[in-house]
Design a binder for this molecule. Structure first.
Ligand SMILES: Cc1cc2nc3c(=O)[nH]c(=O)nc-3n(C[C@H](O)[C@H](O)[C@H](O)COP(=O)(O)OP(=O)(O)OC[C@H]3O[C@@H](n4cnc5c(N)ncnc54)[C@H](O)[C@@H]3O)c2cc1C
Length: 278
């Protein structure tokens, strides 16, 4: 019998008091699903870095497993060392380690060029203290020169000491299955958790997808376009499509499912209630 996968939820650090109370409500609504953890994204810009830290500690204070993302593209070794120490001192022992993207689009390399260097650095500095997740791309990272290079680069992060990976969102389930097969051929047997993006809004989804290289298949794109401003119908349809995607992944035997919540709980809750998880 298949083991039921766990779920985890990703948030961005809220920037306003209103955002903070909305996130508190979201966290409390999603707690009914007993998530393995709540993760908090990391922005490369100055004050955003602090907000990730503050949000993580608040989630932990509420008694939940809180997992910060750390990106290295515009951070020095000294900064990362300081941040790791702060997390260790506060009993945070799980991280998502990334290269990151600078909001301006300008690559501002300080001490690290790629995420595998960050993973190695974390291991050198803190040994086995942290459980480290890295990013995986079933449809390949937009900057990858070839599919093969991208998988080899993914393997570098695992060889550097990561414990598992969370994927970029995708709608083509075959891309995930093929990615897993390819990893198995390379003797990668660490858990690769599918990252799932609920459908809230077509324009926003389109923008995210084109930035991160996720394909919205033609049938789905045309169907979503046809809802126009009718967001309720679009979301109902989105819940159906994403529930089917998740159920296919559950039947395949995925270890866990990570939801990109965008700090909202309603759509994600509807999806999870449709699954053979609860
Ligand atoms: C689950 C998840 C969470 C995320 N959270 C955040 C977040 O909180 N904040 C944020 O800013 N972004 C986040 N991102 C986005 C991520 O930062 C971007 O996709 C970024 O462009 C790449 O980050 P990475 O860690 O995958 O980079 P890398 O693994 O370093 O890969 C980046 C590119 O470089 C290539 N590459 C990797 N290593 C090498 C090497 N040694 N030599 C040559 N080429 C190499 C890869 O093939 C790839 O094309 C997240 C993505 C995912 C999937």
């Amino acid at each position: 019998m298949l083991k039921k996968p766990s779920v985890s939820f990703e948030f961005f650090p809220p920037q306003t008091d209103e955002g903070v109370s909305k996130l508190n409500e979201t966290i409390s609504n999603l707690s009914q699903f007993n998530p393995e953890f709540y993760s908090v994204t990391f922005g490369a810009g100055g004050s955003t870095k602090e907000k990730t830290y503050d949000t993580v500690l608040k989630i932990k204070d509420h008694g939940y497993q809180a997992v910060p993302h750390i990106s290295c593209i515009s951070s020095s070794k000294e900064e990362i060392r300081g941040l790791l120490k702060k997390y260790q001192d506060n009993g945070i022992n799980r991280l998502v380690a990334l290269r990151g993207d600078h909001p301006s689009g300008v690559v501002d390399i300080v001490d690290f060029s790629y995420a595998n260097e960050l993973v190695s650095f974390i291991r050198e500095e803190t040994g086995d203290f942290f459980n480290i997740e890295v990013a995986a791309y079933p449809e390949f990272h937009p900057e990858a020169s070839t599919a093969q290079d991208d998988i080899n680069n993914f393997k570098r992060k695992l060889d550097a000491g990561a414990n598992g990976a969370i994927t970029q969102f995708f709608f083509n389930v075959d891309a995930y299955f093929k990615f897993i097969e390819e990893c198995q051929r390379k003797n990668i047997d660490l858990p690769i958790t599918p990252g799932i993006m609920p459908i809230y809004n077509y324009k926003q989804l389109s923008r995210f997808a084109s930035n991160c290289g996720a394909e919205i298949p033609r049938w789905l794109r045309m169907k979503l376009e046809s809802f126009g401003e009718d967001l309720d119908s679009l979301r109902d349809f989105g819940v159906e499509v994403i529930s089917e995607l998740c159920e296919t992944l559950i039947q395949y035997g995925v270890p866990s499912i990570h939801f990109y919540t965008l700090n909202k709980s309603k759509t994600v809750s509807r999806i999870i209630k449709n699954l053979s998880l609860v």
